[in-house]
Structures are given as structure tokens and as C-alpha cells.
Design a protein around this ligand. Structure first.
Ligand SMILES: [Fe+2]
Ligand SMILES: [Fe+2]
Length: 180
């Protein structure tokens, strides 16, 4: 598969050129994303100032967009291929669709909008449910661990794509350094 080839090349480049800051396997990486967003949701619930709420909502929406994208592009298809767990795979995607709709609404409004807080609260509840589904016993992550998926290689792929989506693409950065 072309994706695996890319991951292997990037892995080699990573080992040579940068500090090994992203050694997490796929599940550790995705769980760390979950914990980060949960923390921001908690801060949002306590925040009073409009600009702080805006800042947190921006962080939450940006992080969730990156997270759902790397899951949908890389982790979910690999999971489905390895396990043939169609129901889990489909339900996860539908839950992402629901979250994305609300993320669009939040990004299109602001703290002055009377529904802003309610939207962020409902998004936090949707995400809480979704994360529980992914992390529970017999959930997607547990089944991925039981499968023969190479979670380290998948973690590398996720980390590379995440960096790319965050606009700090490691391969591009390395290109630049090599040319300089
Ligand atoms: Fe997730
Ligand atoms: Fe997910």
C-alpha cells in the first residue's frame, strides 16, 4: 500500500534528523489527543471571559478537526481492514459527522452568540461519548490491540499526518533544512 511506503520513509528520516519526540504508538497518540481536548473542555466550562472562551473553542475545534481527519484517513481504515468490525467502524464515522456539524456551527459563531456556550457543551458531551466508545473494553482501541495491526508504524503515520495538518509538516521542514 502506498501509505505504508510513505510511513517507512518518514520513519527513517525521523530517526536520522529529529529528536524522537513522537514514539507513541497509534493508540497512545490518539488517547493523548483525547486527554488534551478533555482538558480544554474543562477549562471552557470554567471560563468566564469571552476572549478566553473564544481561544479555547478555537483550540478545541482545530484539534478535533485534525484528530478526526487522521482517524478517518489512517486509523479507521487500517482498523477495519485488520478486524472487519464494520459496525464499530461505521458508528465511529457517523459520530464524527455529528461532531463536525457542531464544530462548523461553533466556528461560524462566537461568545456573543447566545447558543455558543450550549454548542460547546453539547460538543463536549458528544466527544465524551465518542471517546468512551473508542476506549472502552471491547471498543475500537481494545480490538485494535488484539489484532495484528502494526501500531508503531501506524503511530508514525498518524504523527506525520498530524504534523502536516497542523501546518508544521516534518517532511517539508526536513526538505528545507537539507536544501539550506
Ligand atoms: Fe479519537
Ligand atoms: Fe474518533
Amino acid at each position: 500500500m502506498p501509505k505504508s511506503t510513505v510511513a517507512t520513509k518518514r520513519e527513517t528520516t525521523t530517526q536520522r534528523s529529529t529528536a524522537r519526540t513522537e514514539e507513541a504508538d497509534a493508540i497512545a497518540l490518539l488517547k493523548a489527543d483525547h486527554r488534551q481536548v478533555e482538558g480544554w473542555f474543562e477549562e471552557f466550562a470554567k471560563a468566564r471571559a469571552g476572549n478566553r472562551k473564544q481561544e479555547l473553542a478555537n483550540q478545541i475545534c482545530a484539534a478535533l478537526k485534525v484528530h478526526t481527519t487522521i482517524e478517518e484517513e489512517i486509523f479507521y481504515p487500517a482498523f477495519y481492514e485488520a478486524t472487519e468490525e464494520e459496525e464499530l467502524y461505521q458508528e465511529a464515522q457517523v459520530e464524527h459527522d455529528g461532531a463536525k456539524h457542531l464544530i462548523d456551527k461553533i466556528e461560524g459563531s462566537g461568545p456573543d452568540d447566545e447558543l455558543f456556550d450550549a454548542r460547546v457543551k453539547v460538543l463536549s458531551e458528544m466527544i465524551k461519548h465518542h471517546v468512551k466508545e473508542e476506549e472502552k473494553r471491547d471498543g475500537m482501541f481494545a480490538k485494535a490491540r488484539q489484532s495484528d495491526l502494526d501500531l508503531d508504524a501506524l503511530g508514525q503515520q498518524l504523527a506525520s499526518r498530524k504534523a502536516e495538518l497542523q501546518g508544521t509538516s516534518r517532511p517539508k521542514l526536513i526538505d528545507k533544512l537539507t536544501r539550506a
